[in-house]
Design a protein around this ligand. Structure first.
Ligand SMILES: *[C@@H]1O[C@H](CO)[C@@H](O)[C@H](O)[C@H]1NC(C)=O
Length: 149
């Protein structure tokens, strides 16, 4: 991954209110806990219940755990999330990725692997109130160095 690409990605991620980070600080959550980021045994309900019993706040660290080649992680629009359309993701990560929330946002995650979304590999990460109708978010400054892993 070349440096220019990383910068573009970091800027894009900051615009969505999250930042990729190295190392842990603050509360760290693994999406799906022991399950990790995979097709859940009980379908989407598994990630829904994970999301419902963790209340995430700004500065928390979120880890999507998976092996490169076995899964991927895609950020998609709400509409695409609901219909499992993975043709136009905002971003796709090929390897496990750690994010830090910079502001209260809601984002929609799934996998572009064929059928995985329909099998329940999808989660809404909700950082508090829904983004307002303008979609306006103001990422707070962070001392963390932004870098793709
Ligand atoms: C994926 O990430 C892990 C952990 O950071 C790393 O050990 C591995 O080399 C990465 N794999 C690829 C294909 O980049």
């Amino acid at each position: 991954m070349n440096a220019n690409y990383v910068m573009v990605l970091v800027i894009a991620m900051a615009a969505t209110g999250v930042l990729m980070v190295h190392g842990a600080e603050g509360a760290e959550y693994v999406v799906g806990d022991d399950l990790g980021w995979t097709i859940p045994p009980h379908g989407a309900a598994d990630f829904e219940s994970w999301a419902s019993y963790h209340s995430l706040t700004v500065d928390d660290i979120l880890v999507f755990k998976f092996a490169a080649g076995e899964q991927d992680l895609a950020f998609v629009s709400k509409e695409d999330f609901l219909t499992c359309n993975t043709a136009n993701p905002f971003h796709v990560f090929d390897n496990q990725t750690t994010f830090k929330f910079l502001s209260k946002v809601r984002f929609f995650c799934t996998s572009t692997f064929a059928g995985n979304c329909f099998k329940g590999q999808k989660v809404v990460v909700d950082m508090g109130p829904a983004v307002d109708s303008t979609g306006d978010i103001s990422p707070s400054p962070s001392p963390s160095s932004a870098e793709a892993s």
